[in-house]
Design a protein around this ligand. Sequence first.
Ligand SMILES: Nc1nc2c(c(=O)[nH]1)N[C@H]1C(S)=C(S)[C@@H](COP(=O)(O)OP(=O)(O)OC[C@H]3O[C@@H](n4cnc5c(=O)[nH]c(N)nc54)[C@H](O)[C@@H]3O)O[C@H]1N2
Ligand SMILES: Nc1nc2c(c(=O)[nH]1)N[C@H]1C(S)=C(S)[C@@H](COP(=O)(O)OP(=O)(O)OC[C@H]3O[C@@H](n4cnc5c(=O)[nH]c(N)nc54)[C@H](O)[C@@H]3O)O[C@H]1N2
Ligand code: SF4
Ligand SMILES: [Mo]
Length: 709
Amino acid sequence: MVENVKTLCPYCGVGCGLEVVPPKNVSNPGASVTDWKVRGDRAHPSSQGMVCVKGATIIESIERDRLLYPMIRDSLNDEFRRISWDEALDAIASRIKGLQKQQEIDKLCVYGSGQFLTEDYYTAQKLVKGCLGTNNFDANSRLCMSSAVSGYKQSFGSDGPPCCYDDLELTDCAFLIGTNTAECHPIVFNRLRKHHKQNEDVKMIVVDPRRTPTAEAADLHLAIKPGTDIDLLNGIAYLLLHWGVIDEDFIEDCTHHFQDFVEVVNCYPPEVTSERCGISMGDLEQAAEFWAKSKRILSLWSMGLNQSSEGTAKVRSLINLHLLTGQVGKPGAGPFSLTGQPNAMGGREAGGLSHLLTGYRSVTEARDRAEVEQFWGLPPGQIAPQRGRTTWEMITGLETGEVQMLWIAATNPAVSLPDLERAKKALLRSPFTVYQEAYYPTETAAYAHLLLPARQWSEKTGVMTNSERMVTYCPAFHHPPGEAKDDWWIFTQVGRRLGFTEQFAFESPADVFREFVQVTKGRLCDMSGLSHQVLYECGPQQWPYPEGSTPTKTASKRLYTDLRFATPDQRARFAAVHSRGLAEPPDAKYPLVLTTGRLYGHWHTQTRTGRISKINKLHPDPFLEVHPRDAEKRGIADGDWVEVRSRRGFCRLQVKITTAIAPRTVFVPMHWGSLWAEAAEANNLTHPESCPDSHQPELKACAVEIELV
Ligand SMILES: Nc1nc2c(c(=O)[nH]1)N[C@H]1C(S)=C(S)[C@@H](COP(=O)(O)OP(=O)(O)OC[C@H]3O[C@@H](n4cnc5c(=O)[nH]c(N)nc54)[C@H](O)[C@@H]3O)O[C@H]1N2
Ligand SMILES: Nc1nc2c(c(=O)[nH]1)N[C@H]1C(S)=C(S)[C@@H](COP(=O)(O)OP(=O)(O)OC[C@H]3O[C@@H](n4cnc5c(=O)[nH]c(N)nc54)[C@H](O)[C@@H]3O)O[C@H]1N2
Ligand code: SF4
Ligand SMILES: [Mo]
């Protein structure tokens, strides 16, 4: 008899445990995966049996429109022709050898994804940064949580969310800023909502220019103008300082740069703050009062802070409030970044951005490079000392010809990149683009020379880490379609063809994971006690999990409980930062701020959810949210079609008039690429201006005008 399978939902970073139940005829060779049933895994410590509509319906999408065989073409105008895996892998290896021969390995760029398993991420790092010696590996996490990474690193000395989900039920006050948790992290929100409902004293504050379902549930919704988060956070700090409700002992013993911070904060009296943020002084004071009166404050954030040209400063300004009030390292408290993708966290651990190295290390630190070179059996100096190209720099590199080979895997950039028309033009110029994907067609396939069919969730085995550092084993439980292969296998095969047979001796994902955890030894994200076997036998485990740890199903751990941080002197750092405002503020020609985001049912570019009937019924079409005042001014009625224009492009959308959006702001969901609707891409409008610290683009705001068509 085939047993139920325990695995993880491969959508959002909440990381819900799933239990997949086989059909009775499972051993029939023709049995379809759609006959398996998915339900929540009650034994998973993070989700306790809960799932949302995405997890519950995933099976329906697994067998639809799959990419089945490697396919190649000489130019983007040609038809694809089927080739063997050997031919495909040889083609990649020979291109790379060509670059090596010309001493031009920096002309190779690899663009991966938070939808990789940890094993996929790790083999890619070893191949690209280690064996090939270029740091040109970046991931879609650059568009997602790189500001959280740099904010944590600058304030605490290391990346790593210090909190855990148990804090959701232990807090007195949840401060949700730039996150639509109800739609994007629904199971986290369920846990928080239940606690909030059951305890009258528990407060919930939501800071978002939209009145989202998350905001609807709050005691206080601060509908700030887009991009004024730093003003707000400094304004709250001003009141806390002036009321004297700060944790002086903590500040004295555990932090640095407090005086610089005070100097900045003194510029934010309530009248200045409320004016800049577009909220009342009463609401501002109420928010500060909730902070002042609560013993345990948990803040949650995601893209409303990260996706900004000052994303790192926004994150640090939020952490400042926790440092000011000593709200970190204890139950129910702390700054908690909600990660977007199922394994964005695993990507961080494996070093999957162009400035990172495996084990929360950095390519710019000599010691970090030396340690990793030694682990990988590479000569000293093999890893390049400067960060590689970021996502957007890969695009500009294609424009200038400095990028000659682009290898994309598990992401759909022809929808998700900013300034999309420009990005697509650059992709057209690529001499050779490899695209490793589960589905066909997707928008990005049109820009590929070589397509590699990837196994996806349910067909591949490996490990993912969720937002609370819980590591879950995800086994393959049925046959992949056609000739699809694991991403880690593809990187391994290319590594071997390039002569790195010793480095790529892996025969299974368990081998890859066994090596990976060794490279985390002694680091904040130490997982050296974990293996596929431990995770399979004992269930999900949270890191840190050094060698010799005892498996447990219940103990949720926090970081920094001894109030010693990961900086050289173990003190956390206040940031003294003023807001610089939006990178592209509205003006007379483009007087509205466009913001973008997500809907409950759809996942990103719809490769899966666009193929699920229940979800299509839930969200059939794209739309533009417009405030009644802005609509009236332009003679626009509900349901009218408008053209939305920015300096870079346009799209056409049907209007939804609603007071849920702040005046002079409009909202468009990010989910509709050219396969699913005509001219509805949010990213035709957005710009690539990015944060100088994290290089994260400002996907949440650009200046637009709208007009009836
Ligand atoms: N249903 C669903 N869930 C998902 C995903 C999905 O595609 N669909 N994707 C996953 C991924 S990868 C991610 S990154 C997360 C994203 O999760 P979230 O960040 O919660 O989602 P978004 O809708 O992108 O943006 C959140 C909110 O930021 C607000 N915002 C815009 N500008 C500002 C600003 O200047 N300040 C503040 N404070 N708020 C602002 C928007 O109005 C929006 O409501 O969701 C994950 N979960
Ligand atoms: N305007 C605007 N733009 C945005 C955002 C926004 O809020 N506003 N959000 C940004 C953020 S936070 C994110 S995370 C990105 C997401 O943007 P993308 O990463 O482009 O979106 P996905 O649709 O998740 O693409 C993942 C692809 O990987 C494929 N896939 C799934 N599993 C596997 C696998 O195991 N192996 C391989 N090789 N392929 C697989 C899927 O079929 C899918 O096509 O979008 C960013 N862009
Ligand atoms: S909340 Fe996230 S992880 Fe949980 S079922 Fe929904 S999409 Fe999957
Ligand atoms: Mo994301």
